[in-house]
Write a protein that binds this ligand. Structure first.
Ligand SMILES: *Cc1c(COP(=O)(O)O)cnc(C)c1O
Length: 245
């Protein structure tokens, strides 16, 4: 079994931060403009506490239930949702996540707007774009995302801040460059066309974050390069589906 100690986490974290800084320097960017989301999905609370002690401040999770259970067990942190949000879990999601990277449908925007109105919780939102147009993937395509930005503006009150992508798997990080560049160019075009301010680009994972930083990422979402091989932690009790309304 993996032992999660602060010392080994710190070593991996320093390595990742050095690589982010070097990639930012190559692109003439300030490394402070790139924030690290440590993707802790599947890893146990001990691993998360080691990460927090090492100085991580943002945790990324892809399941609402798993994140809520861990948040109750771990030290305080900023929790970001990076995985798909089911419409019946919006209320629970807003109770924890301060940023949702993975808004992928217009009905979901409406649900978030409604719950936000009721609770006053106002997460930052990124629209997930399937830049390569893979039919199997979730997310808006480069055409439908325009409607989503317009809808978000029309709904009013939503804190839309940018775009996110998970490009197709490729054997070489360099092969993801055109997808990251496409997301940045799409963001630039959407800002021009709609007048929305979309400063955030969430792109780059363990295998390709340096290329993403070179292409303008402001959030990189990194799991295995920090925590090691994916684990299988699950909450003891799954919340009743009735809880999710
Ligand atoms: C799991 C996951 C990550 C992290 O992936 P690694 O390859 O472990 O760095 C990033 N983004 C999303 C959306 C994920 O689901």
């Amino acid at each position: 079994m993996e032992v999660y100690d602060t010392f080994s986490f710190q070593r991996r974290l320093d390595g990742v931060l050095d690589r982010i800084a070097a990639a930012a320097a190559r692109a003439g960017r300030d490394p402070a403009d790139v924030r690290l989301v440590a993707v802790s999905k599947t890893f146990p609370p001990e691993a998360i506490d080691a990460a927090l002690r090492a100085g991580v401040s943002i945790l990324g999770e892809n399941r609402v239930q798993e994140a809520l259970a861990k948040a109750a067990l771990c030290g305080s942190a900023e929790w970001h949702l990076v995985g798909r949000l089911q419409r019946n879990k919006v209320r629970h999601a807003l109770s924890l996540f301060t940023t949702i990277h993975s808004v992928d449908t217009i009905p979901l925007l409406h649900d978030i707007a409604r719950v936000q109105e009721e609770t006053g919780q106002r997460p930052k939102l990124l629209l997930e774009v399937n830049v390569a147009g893979e039919s199997s993937k979730i997310g808006f395509n480069p055409k439908t995302v325009r409607d989503a930005v317009r809808e978000a503006l029309a709904l009013g009150g939503l804190d839309l801040v940018g775009l996110m992508t998970v490009p197709p798997w490729v054997p070489e990080p360099e092969m993801s460059r055109r997808h990251f560049r496409a997301l940045r160019e799409l963001r630039d075009a959407l800002q021009d066309e709609t007048g929305a301010a979309l400063p955030e680009l969430s792109m780059g994972m363990s295998g390709d974050f340096e290329v993403a930083v070179e292409e303008g990422a402001t959030f990189v979402r990194i799991g295995t390069a920090l925590f090691g091989k994916r684990a299988s932690w699950k909450p003891q009790r799954s919340l009743d589906t009735d809880d999710f309304v």
